[in-house]
Design a protein around this ligand. Structure first.
Ligand SMILES: Cc1cc2nc3c(=O)[nH]c(=O)nc-3n(C[C@H](O)[C@H](O)[C@H](O)COP(=O)(O)OP(=O)(O)OC[C@H]3O[C@@H](n4cnc5c(N)ncnc54)[C@H](O)[C@@H]3O)c2cc1C
Length: 431
């Protein structure tokens, strides 16, 4: 028998679950289809040897839209905010990062002229209306606000930290600067990892009557008539839905929509570049150098942070869970072995001898952090795409023009649910 649902949500990550939780307040029947064995998408946390490893370093913006929507949904977010500051490395030399007021005045990274320029740039970031930067790249804006190469490269380092984007010549200044403003409100490292968000969203959805089917890959989405979609699964089973919310990446969505022999949709989707990186997620019995908790490369796009110093990420209170990360430039050729060596050597500098303390580790050479590198002009084509097929709603970290990462995923899930509810109300009142 063919299953029939009011709303079928493709993808059980943050976007899908946020949409499901909001829709569960209506009397619509809701089904989530997830291809993975477990739900949560990129917000999953793996428990390995009693250590909780997120898929790469995950920090939730204190002032971001994701946190406020999740709290509205009744999700409890326990954890701590890491202290501002740490180390910046340039040409193998370590400097205090000029992120906190004290380090700003004492770091040897900057001379007095550069110090004043850096302060003035930070003040500009705080005050500017990002809308004014809608047509500029981040590089264009950075070169406008500073003459100093050092300050410019510091801006790129901070931009990478806040957005994961490592392409100042391409990325939208509006998006990076608005994310820098949000990041200045600090972040949260979550106790138990981001799985805590996933588990709570999942449990609330189930209690409210949402059905979740994992290990179910959707192969095709076909609009068959008004308010009727046919979803074909990899098993060739068919599911009917009045509405579909798709939260997969844009390229997967394109594959699902393409009819045999019709490649019309290809071009828009093919222009969407993902933001990618390599992550080395590690748990150690102890830190050889307990004082070093955070570091970034300036010339090298590298990151290191000990998340367990702030969040409970282990059943054993003495171990340390940390992430070493490399931001990839879009289109860069990735040589897995050399990226791994690069990350390990970065860790050698900060925690010499770490290898003898390893409890567990995992290396992912080329993971998608955000499905869309945000560029100016995205808003126009995104809005066009969203209204192209009535009844098909798009969500996911690429689908929101003004936010990325969890903020983009969560807010787009909320928008999709609200648009659908509004459409349904209008239709019912017209009948
Ligand atoms: C290394 C790394 C670090 C990050 N750090 C941060 C951070 O510090 N702060 C932050 O805010 N965000 C961070 N993020 C981003 C954040 O994890 C994602 O933006 C968010 O989890 C995306 O949620 P989503 O629902 O849009 O997509 P996903 O989590 O990808 O969910 C989509 C789901 O759809 C499923 N799916 C795909 N195709 C199909 C199909 N055909 N049929 C059925 N199911 C399908 C997938 O299996 C997946 O579960 C990071 C991500 C990574 C990888």
């Amino acid at each position: 028998m063919t299953q029939k649902w009011d709303v079928v949500i493709v993808g059980g990550g943050l976007a899908g679950y946020v949409a499901a939780n909001l829709l569960s307040r209506t009397n619509l029947s809701i089904l989530i289809l997830e291809k993975g064995k477990s739900v949560g998408g990129r917000a999953r946390t793996n428990k390995m040897n009693n250590q909780y490893l997120n898929l790469g370093p995950h920090a939730l913006n204190n002032k971001g839209i994701a946190k406020s929507i999740l709290e509205e949904l009744g999700i409890t977010l326990n954890g701590k905010s890491p202290k501002l500051g740490g180390i910046l490395i340039e040409n193998n030399i370590e400097y205090a990062a000029p992120f906190s007021p004290l380090d700003l005045f004492t770091t040897k990274l900057l001379n007095w002229k550069e110090r004043l320029e850096w302060i003035s740039v930070l003040l500009k970031i705080m005050k500017i209306n990002p809308e004014k930067l809608a047509n500029q790249t981040f590089q264009h804006w950075a070169k406008d606000v500073t003459q100093s190469k050092k300050v410019e490269s510091l801006l790129y380092t901070l931009g990478r930290l806040a957005t994961y984007c490592h392409a100042p010549e391409l990325v939208s200044a509006k998006l990076v600067v608005s994310n820098l403003q949000i990041a200045m409100g600090g972040v949260l490292y979550l106790d138990g990892g981001w799985q805590m968000i996933v588990d709570q969203l999942h449990n609330k959805a189930i209690v409210s009557g949402v059905q979740v089917q994992s290990q179910t890959l959707v192969k095709k989405i076909k609009p068959i008539e008004q308010d009727q979609f046919k979803l074909i699964l990899s098993t060739n089973e068919e599911i009917l839905g009045k509405y579909v919310i798709c939260t997969t990446g844009p390229h997967e969505l394109n594959e699902m929509l393409i009819e045999e022999g019709n490649h019309e949709q290809d071009s828009v989707y093919d222009q969407i570049t993902p933001v990618k990186g390599a992550t080395l997620d590690i748990a150690l019995t102890q830190l050889p150098n307990p004082k070093i908790l955070f570091a970034m490369g300036i010339s090298e796009p590298l990151y290191y942070s000990v998340h367990s110093h702030y969040a409970r990420l282990s059943d054993d209170t003495t171990s340390a869970v940390l992430h070493v990360f490399k931001y990839h430039h879009p289109g860069e050729h990735i040589d897995e072995a050399s990226v791994k060596t690069e990350l390990e050597q970065f860790l050698d500098k900060l925690q010499p001898g770490w290898q003898q303390y390893v409890i567990t580790k995992r290396f992912l050479p080329n993971i998608t952090v955000n499905q869309r590198l945000p560029q100016s002009g995205d808003e126009r084509w995104l809005n066009r795409l969203k209204t192209k097929i009535p009844g098909l709603y798009l969500a996911g970290d690429w689908a929101s023009p003004n936010s990325i990462l969890a903020d983009g995923a969560v807010s787009s899930g909320k928008d999709a649910a609200e648009d659908l509810i509004l459409y349904e109300k209008r239709k019912n009142s017209a009948n």
